[in-house]
Design a protein around this ligand. Structure first.
Ligand code: BTN
Length: 259
């Protein structure tokens, strides 16, 4: 399979209307989020995608760094959604990743609330969404997706015990181009369903491995423990504590615990 990650190789014959009609491929950047943001400010078309061969300053949620050496997928998609559609973007990105991992590799992945995709309990993908909102109008949304593809996780001590890659799980090499093209196609299929997000929400909820588990959630300076009972359509996680309290969490870090 081709290792060619040029914009032309990504877009050739791609049957999307918006997502990936314009692709910027950059062999080495600090973060695709920054390039995408400056393209959005310059008025890039909706669906423009920025893809890096390698990121030197990739970032994740909560100001964490994101390791994205050569061989991984690091991309950002520029969108201009309605404000009502914002909660669905994380669902669309996560669902699209789960779906295409299965269709391309046959591997079963699941979504760990709020933004991790896991295979066999280990993280294979993270999603980062950065929005600029003025009043009740979204100026732009950047959906960043990082997937561990051709990475031998054991070679990277900092993620060796918590992460996995498509290569480690499937034994297959050079999946990047196929994964990217499938991802852009599936992302668009789901994105075009908006503003009606009900079906997206239901599919997302059905793929959440967090539900029904005992969890500990760090949210700001709060720690909440209990059973992750539900996930609302706005994306919030509902936790039922042992003392009967019910807490709705909109952002946080989840540790899954055995029951
Ligand atoms: C997380 O798990 O906290 C989110 C990780 C998101 C990583 C992607 S890689 C493409 C885009 N560029 C970045 O710098 N981050 C996102």
């Amino acid at each position: 399979m081709s290792k060619d990650l040029s914009a032309a190789a990504i877009t050739k014959g791609l049957k999307t209307r918006k997502i990936g009609r314009k692709v910027f491929y950059l062999p080495r950047v600090t973060s695709t989020m920054d390039i995408a943001r400056s393209e959005a400010i310059k008025g890039a078309a909706e669906g423009t995608v920025v893809i890096a061969g390698e990121q030197t300053g990739g970032r994740g949620r909560l100001k964490r760094s994101w390791l994205a050496p050569e061989g991984n997928i690091a991309l950002s998609i520029i969108l201009y959604p309605d404000i009502e559609s914002l909660p669905y973007l994380i669902m669309i990105a996560s669902l699209a990743v789960v779906k295409i991992i299965e269709s391309v590799t046959g591997l079963k992945a699941g979504i760990k609330w709020p933004n991790d995709i896991l295979i066999n309990g280990k993280k294979v993908c993270g999603v980062l969404i950065e929005n600029e909102v003025r009043g009740n109008k979204v100026t732009y949304s950047i959906v960043g997706i990082g997937i561990n593809v051709d990475l031998k996780v054991a070679d990277h001590a900092e993620i060796a015990t918590t992460a996995t890659s498509l290569k480690d799980e499937s034994g297959k090499d050079d999946l990047r181009i196929k994964i990217i093209r499938s991802l852009l196609t599936e992302f668009e299929r789901l994105y075009l369903k908006l503003p009606d997000g009900k079906a997206i929400y239901e599919a997302w909820r059905n793929n959440l491995i967090t539900l029904g588990k005992n969890v500990r959630v760090e949210s700001g300076n709060q720690t909440i423990e209990g059973v992750a009972e539900a996930a609302d359509e706005d994306g919030a996680l509902v936790i039922h504590g042992a003392d009967g309290t019910v807490t709705k969490v909109v952002a946080g870090d989840v540790t899954l615990r055995e029951k």
